[in-house]
Design a binder for this molecule. Structure first.
Ligand SMILES: NC(=O)c1ccc[n+]([C@@H]2O[C@H](COP(=O)([O-])OP(=O)(O)OC[C@H]3O[C@@H](n4cnc5c(N)ncnc54)[C@H](O)[C@@H]3O)[C@@H](O)[C@H]2O)c1
Ligand SMILES: O=P(O)(O)OC[C@H](O)CO
Length: 323
């Protein structure tokens, strides 16, 4: 049995390291040839996960066809690249989707994209409060593993669980995905509050009212409330809204400090999924008749449709209403 990981960014590399922790072979597909070479020759990924010595049980490849040797594929490419990357992957192998976002143009969640790109492959989702560098260092972590097929979910959980990495099972795939996608947008808002010096009361308000938005949107899409209140929803929201270790929070901080969205986005190699999800989420929420004022505010800042002052004034001027 050999697991494959598609995407050698920070999270794909950390997951490969987790799986290789007990000596099992892991094959890691990387887009960049220099990442393949650095992993195979120096057991490092300085581009995306610097400072972590990687297990020699991880082999990297640039050839997707090599993944035909795997009986499980963890899919960790950024959400907007998932469809084209999956189209090249071997068919019929269980896919554990680890990316967080909503596809632009279609409004589809990653499981829905995967069903279209690989209709013969069983699908599960892995999502929760998990900074890659902490998992790679073996720090204690809990995560949601969602799969409609309970027997497959249990097999996958047993396969990826480690003494300090605890998957919690769910059959609410949509709920797990919505939490992971929406929290990235809300983390940008919390970063803005940090960068603009709005204080910790404002951050707590954004987390709570943002969670209300996540819940409204999730319920409208068929998610269950307990999933949204669990690791993949509230848990990840709290993590990502609390630290500049989050790329989404950091992007928001730059916006709050007065940076231009275009410049902040063009100056980065790593992915801030919330920037791509925000406009899709706004459109999906409007279409479903779900109010998401914080997500709307993030969108306005990212598209430079409104200034920071205008966005703050608009949020504070909303009608008073029951909680
Ligand atoms: N980093 C984390 O702590 C973490 C934790 C949980 C989930 N995630 C999710 O994992 C996914 C990947 O994030 P990451 O942090 O590993 O990425 P990253 O920001 O570290 O690296 C960027 C990734 O994008 C890939 N990429 C760039 N252009 C591409 C293209 N044209 N086609 C295909 N791939 C391309 C790169 O090869 C690289 O793997 C995201 O959806 C993210 O939300 C990340
Ligand atoms: O760095 P971010 O903002 O992409 O967050 C990483 C993970 O999603 C945290 O769970």
């Amino acid at each position: 049995m050999k697991a494959g990981v598609i995407g050698a960014g920070a999270w794909g590399t950390a997951l490969a390291q987790l799986l290789a922790g007990d000596g099992q072979d892991v094959l890691l597909w990387a887009l960049e040839p220099e990442v393949v070479d650095a992993i195979n020759e120096a057991q490092q990924n300085p581009l995306y996960l610097p400072g972590i010595p990687l297990s020699p049980a991880i082999r990297a490849t640039g050839f997707m066809a090599d993944l035909a040797a795997c009986d499980l594929l963890l899919v960790v490419s950024p959400a907007q690249h998932l469809r084209k990357v999956l189209a090249q992957a071997p068919a019929g192998v269980p896919l554990l989707l680890c990316s967080k976002g909503i596809e632009a143009g279609t409004g589809l969640l990653m499981s829905e994209v995967a069903q279209e790109a690989q209709p013969a492959s069983p699908i599960a989702v892995l999502s929760g409060p998990t900074f890659a560098h902490e998992v790679a260092r073996g720090l204690p972590t809990a995560i949601t593993l969602a799969c409609e097929d309970k027997a497959l979910g249990q097999r996958l959980a047993a396969r990826i669980a480690r003494p300090s990495f605890r998957p919690y099972l769910s059959d609410d795939v949509i709920g797990a995905e919505i939490g992971g996608a929406v929290k990235n947008v809300l983390a940008i808002a919390c970063g803005v509050a940090e960068g603009a010096g709005l204080g910790l009361n404002a951050r707590a308000a954004l987390i709570s009212r943002g969670f209300a938005e996540m819940t409204r949107f999730g319920l409208a899409r068929g998610a269950r409330a307990e999933t949204l209140g669990g690791l993949s929803g509230l848990g990840d929201l709290v993590l990502t809204c609390s630290s500049t270790n989050s790329r989404n929070f950091s992007l928001g901080k730059g916006l709050g400090e007065g940076g231009s969205a275009a410049e902040l986005l063009s100056n980065r190699r790593t992915v801030a999924e919330g920037a791509h999800t925000a406009p899709v989420l706004r459109d999906a929420a409007r279409a479903a008749g779900v109010e998401m004022p914080v997500a709307e505010a993030v969108c306005a800042l990212l598209t430079e449709a409104a200034s920071l002052g205008q966005v703050i004034d608009a949020l504070l001027a909303r009608p008073l209403r029951p909680e």
